[in-house]
Design a binder for this molecule. Structure first.
Ligand code: FAD
Ligand code: NAP
Length: 352
């Protein structure tokens, strides 16, 4: 890395020498005089972490030259002073190590909205601090951290979009400022009860993203099949948006959504609207505890249900099947899919 300054700006340049560098791979946090810039390169992470020589304003700009892998972090000086050095390095400064060995970094985010999705599930909108540059990649989750009764408690959640991509003229692109989380509040749940008690304007800690899903798994698929149980819908939301707006070879996208009752179906109306709007997309709701007036499909995840609904659109179609839900649902689902002849490479299970 290198840095230079003008009268007003300080620019830190990292030459990753990695092509296909993009905004999701660069995470910057600048608060007071502490600057932390992390760059993800496959399973490694490079870090710039210093106490800056002088104060900077809250706004941070990140420029990425994607083809050559050059990343610029641009800070605005608060005072028009010539800096003698960038700052005092922290312990992890200028290190390139395995991501798994880099502890999770949290920043404080403000709860700006909370809206009902169903009787027990809410959409939380969190606002990132001004000095943070963070885009959560499709298929990845973050950790939320709260102090509950004096103890730090951490739980993973998968960001969604504010709504499904019904209008392809203007797909819901992440604005880089807000993170949307669809969270089910359990009546005896430790973390979700505390979360539900947060007021608009309160703060909560949000970590860097994690997860092993790679968009490239979808990019070559012709059929995408999504099996979701309850809030296991969450990773499917961005995935659906990505698949329907950016994967040109995709012929069919099918969501098979398992819930207990009709009232538990998340974004039912939006999913049905999307199916009407885009002929590639189809949704099938399956209820495990329906009332007697439910005319749709009923049952639990099983070999026979999967053999009925999980099919290639053509005999030799390239298929990707993604599955997410309660751990036993996911484990059983993967086993049934393997028994039906799908290979490990054709299945992606979302887990912690
Ligand atoms: P807990 O206190 O853990 O309890 C949950 C429920 O289980 C309660 O009803 C409780 O009474 C019951 N329970 C707890 N322990 C037992 C027990 N031993 N026996 C029987 N019942 C028990 N959730 C979402 O809503 N949205 C998401 O986007 C989301 N993303 C996730 C991503 C990942 C990678 C993973 C692994 C999980 C995700 N989750 C998501 C689940 C989330 O992390 C929490 O597990 C969930 O919110 C429950 O937390 P809690 O502390 O409120 O509940
Ligand atoms: P839920 O309402 O309890 O269940 C959703 C559906 O799954 C129901 O039809 C339910 O049927 C079925 N199901 C539950 N347990 C099952 C089992 N053991 N075997 C077969 N089917 C089962 O679900 P939820 O409360 O929303 O919970 C969603 C789960 O998804 C949580 O455990 C959460 O941690 C997980 N999740 C994981 C990720 C990730 O990325 N890894 C992301 C989001 C959510 P029944 O009538 O039998 O209960």
């Amino acid at each position: 890395y290198d840095w230079f300054q003008t009268d007003n700006l300080v620019t830190i340049v990292v030459y990753t020498k990695q092509k296909d560098m993009n905004a999701e791979l660069v995470i910057v946090d600048c608060e007071d005089k502490r600057l932390r810039g992390e760059i993800i390169m496959d399973d490694h992470s490079y870090l710039v972490e210093v106490d800056l020589d002088h104060a900077v304003s809250e706004d941070v700009a990140v420029n990425i030259a994607e083809k050559v892998g050059k990343v610029e972090i641009i800070l605005s000086k608060k005072d028009n002073i010539h800096w003698k050095m960038l700052g005092q390095p922290w312990e992890g400064h200028n290190t390139f190590i395995k991501r798994t060995n880099r502890g999770l970094f949290y920043r404080k985010c403000k709860l700006v909205a909370k809206t009902e999705v169903t009787h027990d599930t809410k959409l939380f909108c969190l606002m990132l601090p001004k000095g943070t540059h963070l885009r959560v990649p499709t298929g990845q989750h973050v950790y939320l951290k709260q102090i509950i009764a004096g103890t730090e408690v951490v739980k993973p959640y998968t960001p969604v979009l504010p709504f499904l991509p019904l209008d392809f003229q203007e797909p819901p692109r992440p604005d880089g400022v807000h993170i949307y989380l669809m969270i089910k509040i359990y009546s005896h749940g430790l973390f979700t009860q505390a979360l539900d008690h947060l007021q608009i304007g309160d703060y909560i800690f949000v970590s860097n993203p994690e997860g092993n899903f790679k968009k490239s798994q979808v990019q070559t698929s012709e059929d995408l099949i999504l099996l979701a149980g309850g809030t296991g819908l969450t990773p499917m939301v961005k995935l659906l948006n990505f698949a329907l707006t950016e994967v040109s070879c995709l012929r069919t996208v099918k969501l098979i959504f398992f819930n207990k009752t009709e009232d538990d179906i998340l974004w039912r109306n939006q999913l049905e609207q999307l199916a009407l709007k885009d002929e590639r997309f189809e949704v099938q709701f399956i209820l495990s505890q329906p009332t007697k007036d439910w005319v749709g499909k009923q049952g639990k995840i099983s070999s026979s249900l999967l053999s009925e609904f999980v099919k290639r659109s053509r005999r030799d179609s390239k298929v990707l099947i993604c599955i997410c839900g309660p751990a036993p649902f996911t484990e059983q689902g993967v086993q049934y899919l393997k028994n039906l002849g799908y290979s490990q490479e054709e299945i992606h299970a979302f887990t912690a």
